[in-house]
Structure formats: structure tokens, C-alpha cells
Design a protein around this ligand. Structure first.
Ligand SMILES: *[C@@H]1O[C@H](CO)[C@@H](O)[C@H](O)[C@H]1NC(C)=O
Ligand SMILES: *[C@@H]1O[C@H](CO)[C@@H](O)[C@H](O)[C@H]1NC(C)=O
Ligand SMILES: *[C@@H]1O[C@H](CO)[C@@H](O)[C@H](O)[C@H]1NC(C)=O
Ligand SMILES: *[C@@H]1O[C@H](CO)[C@@H](O)[C@H](O)[C@H]1NC(C)=O
Ligand SMILES: *[C@@H]1O[C@H](CO)[C@@H](O)[C@H](O)[C@H]1NC(C)=O
Ligand SMILES: *[C@@H]1O[C@H](CO)[C@@H](O)[C@H](O)[C@H]1NC(C)=O
Ligand SMILES: *[C@@H]1O[C@H](CO)[C@@H](O)[C@H](O)[C@H]1NC(C)=O
Ligand SMILES: *[C@@H]1O[C@H](CO)[C@@H](O)[C@H](O)[C@H]1NC(C)=O
Length: 698
């Protein structure tokens, strides 16, 4: 009856297990299976029979039992974990599969003799458009079984919710059916990696190369432990879970718990809790705990200086206990007095030895603070500050709240999209340093990326009619002040990141950063406003000179990021396109401003000259014209930024007219633009970008 199972046991080896298992029994490989946990031998018939015989059930795990569909046997079916069951066990109101997959409604709904399955309580206390992960934790329903783990405990990708009802299809161990071509193709498609397991693939695919299944081990740092809610496996002394399995981890220091899910590469889905929280202060010093004088739990003789005002020598510091009278506090250099509103004020310790005129629980303190500017160096991430006492949110802009043990969580800044489900946080330490911030800054590109282009199929106007600024939210006006007299509008620019503008080289050539300002997206105004963006750095491409006007590209780095609304985007660059762009004869939009300041677009055909100077010409259609103020305007062509996504890419910037302007208007229908598709220009843009995305925290 279990004939199907003998197909693969012979080739079965556990390299990790057999090496170095001093006390392990030697199993008879023809008739016995060796438990992963402690090397115990069990009869081979007990392996994958639905009943755990090894201490932590290694003989029944999906990593051990998952089978290839071609091994299927008449009148039998496989549990999602690969255990073979007889058809009568399917939907018979008895949970026969250890993973319960034989009784899940998705399958039983279609069984003629199926049970009256009980409705899965997906919604819980959440709204009808949501599923409940853990009590009170809700995620939108459309995140269910989408191949990304959203619930902290992974319920949205669990077998319970994802089991597919198809019968003779390959299902991942979480029940998601995948195309048979994806099985054993050396690429992990199942969240749990079950499409590339040895028992599934060996002998079933010629080109398959074995890699051992990934595992997530209980963190060896000793700070985090699996709780009793975690169903873990064990190999020798090491406790672990397989991919897509949840684990609840607990901090040893403060008993804080958090769910996590193992990822297919053996990493954790979320950052592990930092386990650093504020130590409980129990003040047993009668001089400062309110017994002998006014209360000052944070008193530290190294940082705090106290003067008594009635004293004859007011410059001579005193030490606790502070009895009745008026005092003033000072802090040693580098420390800040809290509560900040009382800095420098005189405070009165009254006859009852309580601080007068002050808020409840007033406790003077001198402390290092972490710096708000440091949080803002990570362009792509936006901080959320959490109170060290109760984890409640507060506004990070309140610099006096950034005290030691404050935790800051990060999410992607508006205009960026998440690349990972992981959450990241940093904690302020006693020295006023954000711990982990530098590392986070260095890996920010892996967490969030600019969402560029990505507007609904845009209908640009064809011949210089104004267009909705939402259709090109990356276009900004550039103002210059070459004679240090006053700023005036000079050129158009294109946001490639929220603080980086590409324009024509001649727009910034020879100018200092202070002689340039960048306006808001949308409409151009004639005059500059207070709120316009200050420029930190500007340069033109090394190959550009006014006397040699090829490669007329300039870059501007803003002092701070432009705020884009959620539906607005920076423009895509063509460098990440999976198919190379051929500009020649392609049709492009050029976006700039009309004379009265509205966003406009003209279209034209691009020609790449044979001698490849890096310049292209554009022949505008429908009498479209570009004028001097259109220098730097972007050439936008449609491009693919990924296999699926069609976007708009910036491929060049308007440089100059092909011939002198007609009728003295200085406007032309045939213009030359500098292409930015070349590798040298790309390398230069990257270099300038990188030199201004500093991660070094002072
Ligand atoms: C598995 O079954 C499919 C369909 O029946 C067949 O095309 C394929 O050759 C089989 N593979 C093996 C390894 O037997
Ligand atoms: C953590 O929980 C254990 C058991 O409940 C308890 O003994 C211990 O004191 C707790 N530790 C902290 C830091 O709260
Ligand atoms: C302050 O410390 C003393 C000595 O340890 C103790 O007796 C007293 O109860 C403490 N007072 C308060 C208010 O905690
Ligand atoms: C602070 O108090 C400690 C312990 O009483 C003493 O050793 C140290 O010298 C004091 N420091 C200052 C600056 O007074
Ligand atoms: C700046 O000064 C130069 C030379 O004095 C002059 O030619 C130019 O027109 C001035 N530019 C502006 C914008 O005033
Ligand atoms: C730009 O001007 C147009 C036309 O007056 C107006 O509809 C639009 O709201 C303006 N956009 C912005 C961002 O000011
Ligand atoms: C490229 O060709 C154009 C005309 O075809 C010519 O005017 C220009 O000087 C050439 N540029 C270079 C760098 O050779
Ligand atoms: C521009 O287009 C017009 C009409 O489409 C054509 O007559 C002209 O030759 C073109 N110019 C160039 C430089 O291609």
C-alpha cells in the first residue's frame, strides 16, 4: 500500500546529520530511517506515514515527505506536505494529514461525499475587506496568497488559506498550485522551497542540481528564543523552522515577543526585535528618590550641575539632597536638559519636597539626544518614532524627544515602493547614537526603490497644448542668478530622484550652487519663492564646454528632497530596461513650459546621427517649437523598466536649436538634444549620485 514511498528512500542521505553525530545510532539503511533530531533509528515504514515517530517529527516534515506528482498512486492522494493517504481519508471529518490539508474547505467543497466544512474564520475582528493574521492584526484580503508574506505570522500565505483545490497539480507545501514547468527548474518558486526538494526532483528532472533546503535557525546570539507557540524542528542541538513557517521569538532581556516567518533563502522576513529597551530604574538613593529632598531620579553627578540661588556664592554647585529653596540646573557639554521647557529656569523645591510650578512627575535630567538630521539622511526611508516606555508613536520632529532607548521604525518614503516585507528599526543608545542607522543607510537600495514613470496611459497633448502636470510630475523649473543680482527662470529640469535633477549642461555651466534654485513641480512661476529648493551641488558633464557643445547634460543635487504627492513620480531612467532602447526613429515627447507657465508637451521624431556624438536631433511634429527656456527639457520615450511594466523613460535633454531661430523668434522645430543613454553619461550620473548619498553619520 505504501509502495509509492519506496521510490526514493534509497538515495536518501543527510550530509549535515551523519557528519559529527557522535552518539548517533548506526541505522540499517535498508530498513531504517534516521531521525534528524538525535539520530535515532525508526523503521522505514514509519517515515511519512502521518504519525510523528521522531521527537520533533522530522520523519513527517514536508522537507522529508514532499513527493513528485508522477509518483501518484491510484486511490490515494497526497497531503500538502507530501504524505500519502487513501482517498477515504479525504474530507471524512477526521484530520488525517498532519498538516490538516485533507479537511480544508478548499478541497472538501468539491468532494461529493464532502463534509459540511466549517467556514474558515478569515475575517476575525477585521473589516470584511481584510483578513486577520493575529487577533487585531489585519491585512487587506488581496494580500492573501500573493507570494509575499504580509502577516507577521505569515497567515496570509499559509496552507490554511492558500490550499488550491486542484487535484493532480503540483502544490507547494502551503497549498499554492504552481505550473509543472516551474518544478525542479533550479529556481525556487514556492515560498517554502518545496518545488526544488530532493524527493521532488531527484530522478524527475535531468538538469536539476541539488541544493539543501534552507532553514531559519533560532538566533544564536542568545538574545532571542523561540517561544512555546513555535512549532520548530531540531537538528542536533539546533532549533529551526523551514521556509514559510512562522516562529514566535522572545527577547530574553525583556520578554518582548514578535512573530516572524522564515524566508526561502533562510533569512527572517522581519527584522528581529532589537531587545534593547529602557532598563527599569529603581532609585534606592534616599538623596534623590524623594526621601531626603526633591525627587530627581535621573541625577548624575557627571552630567548635571545644580546651583542654589539663595546661596551667597551662586556659582558653586551643590549636590543632592535638594531641600527647600530655589535652584537652577545646568548640563555638562553635549548633554541637554529635560524637560526642555525648564532649561535655564529657576525651580523651587517646596516644603513638602516636591517641585513647585512644574508638571507632574517632573524629573530633571541631563542626557545625550540622538539627532534628527541623522534620521533624514536616508532618502528612501521615512522614520516613525516610538516612545521607549510604551511604544506609542510621536512626531520625530520634536528633537527633545529623541532620548536614549527611543526606537525608530522605517517605511518607504512617498514615491518609493517596497522591495521587501522586512521592517527595519534603529534605537538611540545612551551615547546619543542611532544604533544600526549606518548599516540601514547602506542597504537602503535593497529596501525601497523609486517608483518612476508609472502613470496611467498618458495622453500628452500633441502640439503644444497644456497638459495636466500630474502627467509629468518630474518636470521642475530651474532659476539662476549668474550676476548675483536676482534669480530668473532659466531652464527646465527633470527629477530622476527626489533630490536629483537632470538638465542641460549649459544651464549650470560655470555657476555656483548658490546661484541656482529649483522650483516646484507643476506650473512655472516667473519669480522665485521662499519655498523653492536650495541647491547643494551642480555640475555639467566633463565632456561639455560651451565651445564644444556635445554631451550638454547637467546635474543638480538639491539640499533636501522635493515632496511629491503619493500619485506623483520621478521619471524613469532607461538603464534598467531589459531590452535595449533604440532611439533612432523613435517618437518622443518633450515636456516643458508654455510662455505663460503651464506644463506643455510637444512630440517629435528622434534621429541619431551616424557619427554618434551622443547628440540626437528631434524633428517636432505639428508645428511644435522649442524656445531658449526649454533647454534641459526631457525627451521622454516609452520604455520597459521590467518585463511587465511599461513606463516612460528620460533619454535626453534639450540642448540647442539645429539652426538659427526662424524669423528672429529664437524658437525652432528642429532641435538637438543630448542623449543620456550612453554608458559614460550613465556612469557619471551614478558617480555624482553616490557621492551625495552619504551614509556616514557624524
Ligand atoms: C511526469 O508526468 C508527465 C505527465 O504525465 C510526463 O509528461 C512526464 O514525462 C513525467 N515525468 C517523469 C519524470 O516521469
Ligand atoms: C520573563 O518571563 C519569565 C517567566 O515568565 C520571568 O521569570 C522573568 O522575570 C521575565 N523577565 C523579564 C525581564 O521580564
Ligand atoms: C528611597 O530610598 C530609600 C532607601 O533605599 C527607601 O527607604 C525609600 O523608600 C525610597 N523612597 C522612595 C520614594 O522610593
Ligand atoms: C561622581 O560620583 C562618583 C561616586 O560618588 C565619584 O567617584 C566621582 O568623582 C563624582 N564625579 C564628579 C564629577 O563629581
Ligand atoms: C550678467 O552680466 C553679463 C555681463 O555683465 C551680461 O552680459 C548678462 O546679460 C547678465 N545676465 C543677467 C541675467 O543679467
Ligand atoms: C497649473 O495651471 C493650471 C491652469 O491654470 C491649473 O489648472 C493647475 O491647477 C495648476 N497646477 C498647479 C500645480 O498649480
Ligand atoms: C557629426 O556629424 C555632423 C553632421 O553629420 C557634423 O556636423 C559634426 O561635426 C560631426 N561631429 C563630430 C564630433 O564628428
Ligand atoms: C522634419 O519633418 C518634416 C516633415 O515631416 C520633413 O519635411 C523634414 O525633412 C524633417 N527634417 C529632418 C531634419 O528630418
Amino acid at each position: 500500500m505504501f509502495h509509492g514511498l519506496y521510490l526514493y528512500w534509497k538515495s536518501f542521505v543527510w550530509p549535515l546529520l551523519i557528519v559529527g553525530l557522535a552518539s548517533a545510532e548506526v541505522c540499517d539503511e535498508n530498513s531504517q530511517y534516521q531521525c534528524e533530531e538525535y539520530g535515532k533509528c525508526i523503521p522505514i515504514m514509519d517515515r511519512c506515514n502521518g504519525t510523528p515517530d521522531c521527537k520533533y517529527g522530522s520523519d513527517e516534515s514536508f522537507a522529508e515527505c514532499k513527493a513528485h506528482l508522477n509518483d501518484s498512486v491510484a486511490d490515494m492522494f497526497y497531503c500538502a506536505s507530501g504524505i500519502l493517504m487513501i482517498d477515504e481519508q479525504l474530507c471524512n471529518n477526521v484530520r488525517d494529514c498532519p498538516d490538516g490539508s485533507d479537511e480544508l474547505p478548499q478541497l472538501c467543497e468539491y468532494e461529493p461525499f464532502g463534509l459540511k466544512f466549517k467556514d474558515l474564520n478569515i475575517q476575525g475582528k477585521c473589516r470584511s475587506s481584510e483578513i486577520e493574521c493575529l487577533p487585531g492584526e489585519c491585512v487587506p484580503k488581496n494580500k492573501k496568497c500573493d507570494g509575499r508574506i504580509d502577516c507577521s505570522n505569515g497567515r496570509d500565505e499559509s496552507l490554511e488559506l492558500c490550499l488550491d483545490s486542484c487535484r493532480d497539480c503540483f502544490k507547494c507545501a502551503n497549498g499554492v498550485a504552481i505550473n509543472s514547468e516551474l518544478v525542479c527548474d533550479n529556481k525556487i518558486d514556492c515560498l517554502d522551497g518545496s518545488d526544488e526538494l530532493r524527493n521532488v526532483c531527484q530522478g524527475n528532472s535531468k538538469s536539476w542540481i541539488e541544493t539543501l533546503p534552507a532553514i531559519c535557525i533560532e538566533p544564536p546570539d542568545g538574545k532571542h528564543r523561540f517561544t512555546d507557540n513555535t512549532i520548530f524542528h531540531m537538528r542536533k542541538e539546533t532549533r529551526f523552522v523551514y521556509p514559510n513557517q512562522p516562529a514566535e521569538l522572545q527577547c530574553q532581556s525583556n520578554n518582548q515577543t514578535a512573530w516572524n516567518v522564515c524566508m526561502k533563502d533562510g533569512s527572517w522576513n522581519r527584522e528581529l526585535p532589537s531587545c534593547t529597551t529602557m532598563p527599569k530604574i529603581v532609585n534606592r538613593n534616599p538623596d534623590t528618590n524623594g526621601t531626603n529632598g526633591c525627587r530627581m531620579d535621573w541625577y548624575n553627578n557627571e552630567t548635571m550641575i545644580i546651583y542654589r540661588l539663595q546661596e551667597s556664592d551662586q556659582t558653586k554647585p551643590i549636590v543632592p539632597p535638594i531641600t527647600v529653596g530655589e535652584v537652577r540646573f545646568g548640563c555638562e557639554y553635549g548633554n541637554t536638559f529635560l524637560p526642555h521647557i525648564y532649561e535655564g529656569s529657576s525651580l523651587f523645591c517646596d516644603f513638602e519636597e516636591t517641585w513647585n510650578w512644574s508638571q507632574e512627575n517632573f524629573n530633571p535630567r541631563c542626557t545625550k539626544l540622538c539627532r534628527l538630521e541623522d534620521l533624514n539622511i536616508i532618502n528612501s526611508l521615512t522614520p516613525t518614532c516610538l516612545n521607549s516606555k510604551d511604544g506609542s508613536k510621536f512626531n520625530c520632529d520634536d528633537e527633545y524627544s529623541l532620548i536614549p532607548y527611543t526606537t525608530v521604525k522605517f517605511g518607504c518614503t512617498e514615491g518609493f515602493k517596497r522591495l521587501t516585507d522586512n521592517e527595519y528599526s534603529v534605537t538611540c543608545n545612551e551615547n546619543g547614537i542611532w544604533e544600526g542607522l549606518q548599516e540601514l543607510c547602506l542597504k537602503q537600495d535593497k529596501l525601497c526603490t523609486y517608483e518612476c514613470g508609472r502613470n496611467e496611459a498618458t495622453m500628452f497633448s500633441a502640439n503644444g497644448v497644456s497638459t495636466n502636470s500630474h502627467h509629468a510630475s518630474w518636470v521642475v523649473p530651474i532659476y539662476t542668478n549668474p550676476n548675483d543680482t536676482q534669480y530668473s527662470f532659466a531652464c527646465a529640469g527633470n527629477l530622476i530622484e527626489l533630490n536629483i535633477v537632470l538638465t542641460a549642461g549649459h544651464c549650470v555651466y560655470g555657476l555656483k550652487a548658490g546661484q541656482i534654485r529649483v522650483g516646484h513641480t507643476g506650473n512655472r512661476s516667473q519669480t522665485i519663492h521662499e519655498s523653492f529648493y536650495v541647491v547643494k551641488h551642480a555640475e555639467s558633464y566633463q565632456g561639455y564646454y560651451p565651445t564644444h557643445p556635445y554631451h550638454d547634460v547637467g546635474i543638480i543635487i538639491l539640499d533636501k528632497r522635493i515632496r511629491l504627492r503619493q500619485d506623483l513620480h520621478v521619471v524613469c531612467l532607461p538603464y534598467y530596461s531589459p531590452t535595449p532602447l533604440n532611439l533612432d526613429q523613435s517618437f518622443s515627447n518633450v515636456l516643458s513650459w508654455s510662455a505663460d507657465g503651464y506644463l506643455m508637451s510637444v512630440t517629435g521624431a528622434i534621429t541619431e546621427p551616424i557619427n554618434k556624438t551622443g547628440d540626437v536631433t528631434i524633428n517636432l511634429s505639428s508645428n511644435g517649437k522649442l524656445c531658449p527656456g526649454d533647454s534641459g527639457a526631457g525627451l521622454i520615450v516609452s520604455c520597459r523598466t521590467s518585463v511587465l511594466q511599461s513606463d516612460q523613460c528620460l533619454v535626453g535633454v534639450v540642448s540647442r536649436a539645429l539652426r538659427p531661430g526662424e524669423h528672429g523668434t529664437m524658437c525652432s522645430g528642429e532641435v538637438i538634444a543630448a542623449s543620456i543613454t550612453g554608458v559614460y553619461i550613465q556612469a557619471w550620473i551614478e558617480e555624482v549620485k553616490n557621492s551625495f548619498s552619504r551614509c556616514s553619520i557624524s
